[in-house]
Design a protein around this ligand. Structure first.
Ligand SMILES: NC(=O)c1ccc[n+]([C@@H]2O[C@H](COP(=O)([O-])OP(=O)(O)OC[C@H]3O[C@@H](n4cnc5c(N)ncnc54)[C@H](OP(=O)(O)O)[C@@H]3O)[C@@H](O)[C@H]2O)c1
Ligand SMILES: N[C@@H](CCO)C(=O)O
Length: 357
C-alpha cells in the first residue's frame, strides 16, 4: 500500500473541508487505488495538533483540546522522528509569510500543494528560486486551485503550452468571489456592502475581502497564468482597477474596512444606475500574450453574452489559441467555495501521489 503523509497548514474554510474530504475518501482510495492518505499533523497560525498515523472525524474537538503552540521546526522534527515518507505540506492559508517556509519544507523532504497564491506571485526571483529548490531536492509543487478554484485551468493551459500550441489570449471572469458579488448586485436591490457581507458569510471571499475588491486576487491569477506561459512579469506590472478607496486599504485595518465598507456603495450604485436595461456589471481579467498586457477591470456586458449570463459564483475562462481559432476553449463553473476548492486540493494530492513510490 502506498502511503502519503499530509501536513495541513490552515484549518479554515478550505483546509477544514480538505480534511473532511480526505477522511471521507480514505477507505475507497485504500480499496480501489491501494493508496493510504494519512494526515498526522494539522495546524493553524498559532496551534498544531500531532497524532500517530492520521486525524479522524473528531479532529476539530481534538485540535481544540490537545493542540499546542508550535514552530515550523516542531513539525519537521515530529515527522522526521516518526520516519514518515511521502510527505506533503498543504498550504491552505492566505498567509503572505507562510510561504517563507516552503524552501525549508522542501529541503526537509516535503512536496507542496497550495491553495494559497502567494508563493507564485512574489518576485520572479522568488518564483525561480522555489523551482530551483524543487528540482534540486526532487520535490513537486501542485497549485491547480490558485486559478479558478477546482476548475482545471492551470493544467489545461500548461498542457496546451507544453504541446506547442500557440496561446494568444486568456480572458475571463477570474474571480468567483467577485462573480458572486456582481451577479447578485446587478440582479438584486441590495446595497453593494450588503452583498459583500453575504459573500463573506458564505466563505466565498478571501479572508480579507479587500484582496478581492482591490483586484489583487485576480491580478495574482493573471500573473500565475502568464508565468505558466513563461512570460516574465511582476504583479506591479498589471493594470488593475482598484475598487477599495485608498483610506480603507494599506495601513487601514480589516476591522476599520468592515465598519466603513458602506462607503463603497455610492460609486457602485452610480455604476449600476448607468447600466442599460440589458446590461450587467462584470469583473474581468485579460492577458494578451503578444503585447504582454495584463489587465483587471470592471466592464459592462450584455445580459445575454457569455460573461453576462454567468450565475452564482461562476468563473469563466476563455483561452484563445491558434488551433481553436475564433472560438475559444471555454472552462466555466464555480470559481470559489470551500467544497470545490478543497476537491481541487485533494485532486492535486492524488495527481502528486501518482508520481511517488
Ligand atoms: N475560499 C475559496 O473559495 C478559495 C478558492 C481558491 C483558493 N482559495 C485560497 O485558499 C486559501 C484559504 O482560504 P480560506 O477561505 O480557507 O481562508 P480562511 O478560512 O481564512 O482560513 C485560513 C486558515 O489559514 C490559517 N493561517 C493563517 N496564517 C497561517 C500561518 N502562518 N500558518 C498556518 N496557518 C495559518 C488560519 O489560521 P488562524 O485561524 O489561526 O488565523 C486559518 O485556519 C487562501 O489562500 C485562498 O486564496 C480559496
Ligand atoms: N477570491 C477567490 C476565491 C477565494 O480565494 C476567487 O475569487 O477566486
Amino acid at each position: 500500500m502506498k502511503k502519503i503523509n499530509i501536513v495541513l497548514f490552515g484549518t479554515g474554510n478550505v483546509g477544514s473541508t480538505v480534511i473532511n474530504q480526505v477522511l471521507a475518501a480514505r477507505e475507497k482510495l485504500q480499496q480501489e487505488e491501494n493508496l493510504e492518505l494519512n494526515i498526522p499533523v494539522i495546524a493553524n497560525s498559532t496551534t498544531a495538533f500531532f497524532v500517530k498515523q492520521t486525524v479522524n472525524r473528531s479532529w476539530e474537538t481534538n485540535f481544540s483540546a490537545s493542540g499546542f503552540p508550535y514552530k515550523i521546526s516542531d513539525v519537521i522534527d515530529y515527522v522526521t522522528q516518526q520516519g514518515y515518507e511521502n510527505l506533503v505540506a498543504i498550504d491552505a492559508t492566505a498567509s503572505e509569510s507562510f510561504v517563507d517556509h516552503y524552501k525549508l519544507l522542501i529541503e526537509q523532504g516535503f512536496h507542496v500543494v497550495a491553495a494559497n497564491k502567494v508563493a507564485n506571485t512574489l518576485s520572479s526571483e522568488f518564483y525561480e528560486d522555489l523551482r530551483k529548490s524543487l528540482r534540486k531536492n526532487g520535490k513537486f509543487f501542485y497549485y491547480e486551485t490558485n486559478v479558478g478554484a477546482g476548475l482545471p485551468i492551470i493544467q489545461t493551459l500548461h498542457g496546451l503550452y507544453q504541446a506547442g500550441e500557440e496561446i494568444t489570449r486568456v480572458r475571463g471572469v477570474f474571480s468567483g468571489s467577485l462573480s458572486y458579488i456582481f451577479n447578485t448586485f446587478s440582479e438584486e436591490s441590495k446595497s453593494f456592502s450588503e452583498v459583500l457581507t453575504e459573500a463573506e458569510k458564505k466563505g466565498l471571499t478571501e479572508p480579507d475581502p479587500r484582496v478581492d475588491l482591490s483586484g489583487k486576487d485576480v491580478g495574482r491569477k493573471l500573473l500565475i497564468l502568464a508565468r505558466e506561459l513563461k512570460l516574465k512579469k511582476e504583479l506591479s506590472e498589471i493594470n488593475i482597477q482598484d475598487l477599495v478607496p485608498k483610506h480603507l486599504n494599506g495601513k487601514s485595518s480589516l476591522k476599520n474596512f468592515q465598519l466603513k465598507k458602506h462607503e463603497l456603495d455610492g460609486d457602485l450604485e452610480k455604476l449600476k444606475a448607468d447600466l442599460e436595461e440589458d446590461e450587467v456589471i462584470r469583473h474581468v481579467g485579460e492577458l494578451e500574450i503578444a503585447t504582454g498586457n495584463l489587465e483587471v477591470k470592471l466592464v459592462k456586458e450584455k445580459r445575454t453574452s457569455a460573461f453576462g449570463s454567468l450565475k452564482n459564483a461562476d468563473s469563466s475562462f476563455e483561452i484563445y489559441t491558434e488551433s481553436y481559432g475564433e472560438q475559444p476553449l471555454v472552462i466555466q463553473g464555480a470559481g470559489a467555495g470551500a467544497a470545490v476548492t478543497a476537491r481541487g486540493v485533494v485532486a492535486d494530492i492524488l495527481r502528486l501521489s501518482e508520481r511517488l513510490n
